[in-house]
Design a protein around this ligand. Structure first.
Ligand SMILES: Nc1nc2c(ncn2[C@@H]2O[C@H](COP(=O)(O)OP(=O)(O)OP(=O)(O)O)[C@@H](O)[C@H]2O)c(=O)[nH]1
Ligand SMILES: [Mg+2]
Length: 350
């Protein structure tokens, strides 16, 4: 019940106020007369106080109503969107309609697919249109940014990403490449101290490649290892524990480790065998760790490749590498545009 106090100069006036505000269902709970004003009570005026209440209207269907309004709004907005989309698709020539649908089937974001088609429409010639598409895709993927190591300039690189995305395996692939092909001094560090098997996994690789592995529990130990044992190494690769994108505690711990005072480059690994929504969520959540490269994994297990374009179009960070299998050290490639484009354009063996 909603209860309110009303004050007036007489009973009639005050009850009138009550009814005006609370309606005719209002119930008078109490009345009293009192004096107000005057100096020390002299010349005080008599007043009436009425305590009135009214049963509140049932509120429990309000959230329902709000939700319904939201649903209606969202239906209207979808309807509107569909109309626009349909208008757009209807306006396309058959070949462009086909390309548009193929892009959507690849999970290219709709706004991006539309952008690409609109670019293609700048020409009437089908061959030129395909060339425009190919050029646009090349631009969106952008030039790769693999690791560049100089012997007089030590580089410390962290690989981060969700559980099981391929961090440890990829570290082994990169390390092997820099040792075998460039003869650099490479040191490994793992901060994945949650699982004994995780350290063991990297230890096995470090033994095979014949390079050292250090285990660190926090950023202080990490800084110490960099300043002592690995002081003169060319490349130091930091393996991190897999972190679910909704595990804030673990992300917080990782953030301390992967800070710009200690690390030169942070590569966020994204598995192409997961959905575009999942990939977007991973990027969004890991963005607080400020990754400056994207490294694509499991391209061999992917069924759709649109995410490559979605990422390239929406984020400024370049791709560094992509991995296409479990074999260490072979299954890793620099993310050259011409290597990635055939996945999207459909000719993977080009
Ligand atoms: N098919 C395929 N499998 C891969 C690729 N990269 C890694 N894997 C496999 O994915 C599994 C997980 O790889 P890890 O390197 O252990 O992944 P991680 O990110 O270190 O995992 P956590 O440390 O548990 O977070 C292993 O079986 C790898 O062999 C790839 O490019 N393609
Ligand atoms: Mg690992």
């Amino acid at each position: 019940m909603k209860i309110k106090k009303y004050v007036g100069k007489n009973m009639q006036d005050t009850i009138f106020k009550v009814k005006a505000e609370l309606g005719s269902d209002a119930i008078i709970l109490n009345t009293r007369k009192f004096k107000e004003g005057g100096i020390l009570g002299f010349f005080a005026k008599e007043k009436v106080e009425v305590l009135a209440g009214v049963e509140e209207k049932e509120q429990n269907n309000r959230p329902e109503t709000n939700r319904e309004i939201q649903e209606i709004k969202s239906m209207l907005s979808n309807l509107n969107k569909n109309w626009n989309e349909n208008d757009f698709v209807r306006s396309l020539s058959e070949p462009l309609k086909k390309v548009f649908n193929l892009l959507l089937q690849e999970d290219v974001n709709e706004s991006l697919a539309r952008y690409l088609i609109e670019k293609m429409q700048e020409s009437d010639n089908p061959e030129e249109q395909m060339e425009i598409l190919s050029n646009e895709i090349e631009t969106i993927i952008g030039p790769p940014a693999p690791l560049v190591v100089k012997s007089d300039n030590q580089k410390v690189v962290a690989l981060i990403g969700p559980t099981g995305v391929g961090k440890t395996t990829t570290i082994a692939k990169i390390a092997a490449d820099f040792v075998q092909n460039n003869n650099y001094q490479v040191g490994l560090i793992t901060a994945d101290t949650y699982r004994i098997a995780a350290v063991q996994q990297l230890k096995t690789y470090s033994d095979i490649i014949n390079i050292p592995l250090e285990v660190v529990y926090d950023e202080n130990e990490f800084a110490k290892v960099l300043a002592s044992k690995y002081k003169d190494y060319d490349l130091i690769l930091l393996d991190t524990p897999g972190s679910s994108w909704n595990d804030k505690v673990q992300l917080g711990r990782l953030k301390k480790l992967v800070n710009k005072n200690l690390i030169d480059e942070t590569h966020l690994l994204l598995s192409l065998n997961s959905s575009k929504d999942n990939i977007e969520k991973v990027i969004e959540k890991f963005s607080e760790l400020n990754p400056n490269r994207f490294l694509l994994t499991k391209i061999d297990e992917a069924t759709k490749y649109g995410s490559i374009l979605n990422i390239g179009y929406s984020y400024k960070q370049p791709f560094s590498y992509y991995s296409a299998g479990q074999d260490v050290p072979d299954d890793i490639e620099v993310a050259y545009q011409e290597k990635l484009m055939p996945f999207i354009l459909g000719d993977k063996n080009a």
